[in-house]
Design a protein around this ligand. Structure first.
Ligand code: SF4
Length: 316
């Protein structure tokens, strides 16, 4: 009989960024309990450096320790946005409405391209694919890479068959800097941030990094930015065109002209106005660095769990 306090499997949600790479390495070397699987949700549009890093940690860390890395996907976020025939879960694009008001499109991509395929894989691992009912007490312990400095982002999963655990906080009491130092000591100082190449949550530093070090990827994101100006292709094809213009950069300026080399006077002024009114403003650090740990499926900004719903948005 299944013990309701013991997980059937222990898995790692592997984004291949700093924190989740740290967890994989700590488990592989025995400093933390052994995980049964690491799951990487591939949106199809990660930077080249992330795919290279993933292959390296698989070869050098996971395989020698006998930890399978499972790659899961529901599509290719870039291609799907530009394919009029494909249903598309929208990215958080910056909008300039016809009357000049700024807005943002609703972010559905994390749920669609990351959370959904991970849940599907977990159900398969547990031997109860959708829509089978998962017996009470059958669950995975899912490790999520959140460090001490980000404890406020720790959340539980929204389904009974996944229990989130945050070993960097509860077992290690490590900050992101501790993780970075640890990775450095293991020859992994160049661990990248993981997120889609053209994620609108990038800070200026990430955009500059692509522009200055990867001309092909820069051309790719600039072309994508231009291609989504009138909205995504599936929405336009279905008769729901965007009533304005869409941009990847928060300045709502075409990416190849956007102010990514400095914080603009307007951004300083907006920040000051937010401080004056005690409104939640965007910290200047975030303008430069973007979302702290890229787009982790279980901590992604704004993605509140849909309690009472199962993997496919249906009521459990
Ligand atoms: S990295 Fe950005 S674009 Fe990609 S899934 Fe996450 S929020 Fe969406």
């Amino acid at each position: 009989m299944t013990n309701p306090t013991n997980p059937t499997y222990r898995i790692l949600s592997l984004g291949a960024g700093v924190q989740s790479t740290t967890l994989l390495a700590l488990s592989a070397e025995g400093s933390l309990p052994r995980i049964d699987y690491a799951i990487f949700a591939d949106t199809g549009w990660e930077p080249k450096g992330v795919y290279e890093h993933l292959e390296r940690i698989e070869r050098e860390i996971a395989e020698p320790a006998g930890i399978p890395i499972l790659r899961v996907a529901t599509g290719n976020i870039r291609n799907d946005a530009l394919d009029p025939k494909h249903r598309f879960a929208s990215m958080p694009l910056y909008i300039l409405n016809k009357d000049g008001r700024p807005g943002m499109t609703r972010r559905q991509c994390t749920g669609e391209y990351k959370i959904k395929p991970i849940k599907k894989q977990v159900r398969d691992i547990l031997g109860h694919p959708y829509p089978q009912r998962i017996p009470k007490g059958v669950f995975v312990e899912q490790w999520v890479g959140i460090s001490r400095d980000e404890f406020h982002r720790a959340k539980d999963a929204d389904v009974a068959y996944m229990h989130n655990r945050h070993p960097l906080i509860v077992d290690m009491d490590w900050s992101r800097a501790d993780c970075t130092a640890y990775l450095q000591s293991r020859g992994l100082a160049d661990t990248p941030k993981s997120s889609c190449l053209g994620c609108p949550f990038h800070g200026n530093q990430q955009w500059r990094n692509i522009r200055d070090h990867s001309p092909e990827e820069w051309a790719d994101v600039v072309a994508f930015d231009a291609a989504i100006r009138a909205g995504n292709a599936p929405a336009n094809a279905s008769g729901n065109p965007l009533l304005g213009q869409a941009f990847l950069h928060r300045s709502r300026v075409p990416l190849d002209q956007a102010p990514i080399d400095h914080i603009t006077a307007r951004e300083w002024a907006q920040r000051q106005a937010a401080l004056d009114t005690k409104a939640p403003g965007e910290p200047l650090k975030e303008l430069e660095d973007g979302v702290t740990d890229g787009c982790s499926p279980w901590t992604c900004r704004g993605d509140e769990p849909q309690h009472g719903q199962d993997d496919f948005g249906l009521t459990a």
